[in-house]
Design a protein around this ligand. Structure first.
Ligand SMILES: Cc1cc2nc3c(=O)[nH]c(=O)nc-3n(C[C@H](O)[C@H](O)[C@H](O)COP(=O)(O)OP(=O)(O)OC[C@H]3O[C@@H](n4cnc5c(N)ncnc54)[C@H](O)[C@@H]3O)c2cc1C
Length: 357
């Protein structure tokens, strides 16, 4: 048990970010209550492609965070029975071979693979490129299962989880946040952590601290199982696909607009055609589900992590890519909140960058 015993922390939001925060805070001995408006992983976490993607073109202000993402998930795997990650590696040919890649990407620059190596990795590719980046250390997870695993871990440390409970406002004493008002009444807190995804802006507006976080749509598609089609995770200009542990083929696509021909199901059918054109061995490719998820993306693309300016006791965690970063941010933010240890990796993420004159 850590030194946070007795510190009352309310975490708002049971997506993967809030779940990771709740787990790490409770593990440090904090008295955690997690408040979720709907169900666990009912936000964008429930429709995520969930690639632990650590490669990014330079300059990358959060290179330090990305570089630790994999080892933090490896740690969680040893701590949480339900945390199952498919470490298949990721084959990417949307990046140019001579692109400058940051942090873990630099390690990855050792891993440019040739056409014949690409075919060894993905024998079903019909049109393999001359070269691709293969990052063997990367993987992907079932984001819903991972969120449940973190919640179960938090509960084992004594955290209380309130689902179907919406935060409606804050209890304040002067500039200090001393609790939250919810649909089932007020809950006192020493610290309130805002991990509510795209719901964060509404909450910070109530504290009169406006944060520029865009609700950015993307499409998540699940096709019926068809094992052994894709072995790694393929990110190419044509498609982004991988297989889940039950053999379902998963794809992520850009959201275009609201037109009928660009509705999720229509995009899923077009993507199915592309997959058929790109891969041998596709027998039937039936859509199981296709939906839009709203990603919380800060205006400058950099996560917003830290105490809100102008108020006391409110800590915000808004980020993209949230799956990649949830494990490392959960640990570092809990160290800041409970141990008072500020992390240099989080410096570029501070909310006050939006309030400097
Ligand atoms: C198609 C697609 C593909 C993606 N691919 C990747 C990827 O490959 N890798 C990656 O890292 N990321 C990816 N992402 C992004 C990733 O899914 C998100 O960054 C991440 O899930 C964000 O998690 P979160 O916990 O912050 O938000 P959420 O999952 O949205 O959780 C926030 C929760 O807060 C709750 N809430 C909101 N307001 C309130 C309130 N007032 N009171 C109580 N509860 C409230 C909501 O109900 C919700 O459950 C993808 C997203 C999409 C849509």
């Amino acid at each position: 048990m850590g030194n946070g015993q007795g510190k009352r922390v309310v975490v708002i939001g049971a997506g993967i970010v809030g779940a990771s925060l709740a787990y790490h805070l409770a593990g440090k001995g904090a008295n955690v209550i997690l408040v979720e408006a709907q169900g666990i992983a009912s936000g964008v976490t429930g429709s995520s492609f969930a690639w632990i993607n650590t490669t990014h073109p330079e300059p990358d202000p959060i290179a330090q965070l990305r570089a630790s993402a994999i080892e933090e998930y490896r740690r969680l795997e040893t701590q949480l029975p339900g945390m199952e990650i498919r470490w298949t590696g990721a084959l990417s040919y949307s990046v140019m071979p001579n692109a400058a890649l940051s942090a873990s990407g630099k390690q990855a620059s050792d891993h440019w693979v040739s056409r014949s190596q690409i075919l060894d990795l993905e024998p079903n590719l019909k049109n393999p490129p001359q070269a691709a980046l293969f990052v063997a250390q990367e993987g992907a997870l079932d984001a819903v299962a991972a969120t449940h695993a973190l919640i179960a871990g938090a509960e084992a440390y004594g955290a209380k989880i309130l689902t179907q409970t919406r935060v409606l406002g804050f209890v304040t004493q002067g500039a200090k946040v001393s609790g939250v008002e919810t649909t089932i009444g007020c809950i006192d807190a020493d610290i309130v952590v805002l991990a509510a995804g795209t719901g964060i802006t509404k909450l910070t507006d109530m504290l009169e601290v406006s944060l520029p976080i865009e609700a950015s749509p993307a499409i998540f598609i699940r096709y019926k199982p068809q094992p052994n089609l894709v072995h790694t995770l393929i990110s190419s200009p044509e498609m982004e696909v991988r297989q889940s542990s039950d053999g379902a083929l998963l794809a992520a696509e850009d959201y275009l607009d609201e037109a009928m021909e660009n509705q999720p199901l229509a995009i899923a059918l077009r993507t199915a055609k592309t997959i058929r054109n790109e891969l041998h061995g596709v027998n039937s490719i039936d859509v199981e589900s296709a939906c839009v998820g709203l990603r919380p993306i800060p205006a400058d693309g950099i996560p917003i992590i830290g105490y809100l300016p102008k108020v006391v006791g409110a800590y915000v965690c808004a980020m993209h890519p949230g799956i990649t970063l949830a494990a490392i941010v959960g640990r570092l933010a809990s160290e800041e909140i409970i141990d008072g240890v500020a992390s240099s990796a989080l410096y570029p993420c501070r909310p006050d960058r939006f309030f400097q004159a």
